[in-house]
Design a protein around this ligand. Structure first.
Ligand SMILES: [Fe+2]
Ligand SMILES: [Fe+2]
Length: 166
């Protein structure tokens, strides 16, 4: 922990740490959901979907790394056990129990939309009182917006294909 770096965040620091740990839980659950989804997904266009989901899973893991570094910098501790992910998560975990490509895409689009809301709220709440967290959350928000768009355009392509076949 850097004392001056923590001091500039002021009395808000515990709240910022709580928000960061909640986002940290979301990233791990999203990582696992997308990673597993990429393994089991089945149906038309699955190769394109697998490539996208693997990329997103890698991004979520990188986000977990970015968020945990900021938690440590502020003198906090990243959640130390996976059982707590479920207590802390904003977005939860959507079990990919149906491997059909359309269903997996729907679940993951919902996950990305939740992540967008979480980081947007984080950016709004910390504001310029904490420019470092603001910057990290903005970078992640940018990725989550890209993720949503990637998945929605795959979902649209798939819908067009299924419609023409039917
Ligand atoms: Fe993420
Ligand atoms: Fe994402």
């Amino acid at each position: 922990m850097g004392t001056k770096g923590r001091e500039i965040v002021g009395k808000n620091v515990d709240r910022v740490l709580e928000l960061l740990n909640k986002a940290f839980a979301d990233e791990w659950l999203a990582y696992y959901q997308y990673w597993l989804g990429a393994k089991i997904v089945a149906g038309p266009m699955k190769d394109a979907v697998i490539a996208e989901l693997m990329q997103h899973a890698a991004d979520e893991l990188r986000h977990a790394d970015m968020v945990s570094n900021r938690i440590i910098q502020l003198g906090g501790t990243p959640i130390t056990t996976p059982t707590k992910w479920f207590d802390m998560t904003n977005c939860g975990y959507d079990e990919p129990s149906d491997p059909f490509v359309q269903r997996i895409l729907e679940q993951n689009i919902k996950g990305e939309q939740c992540a967008i809301s979480v980081y947007h709220a984080l950016v709004e709440e910390v504001g310029l009182k904490d420019p470092i967290t603001y910057n990290i959350a903005s970078q992640i928000l940018q990725d989550e917006v890209e993720h949503e768009e990637d998945l929605q355009s795959l979902y649209e392509d798939l819908g067009m294909m299924l419609e023409r076949r039917g």
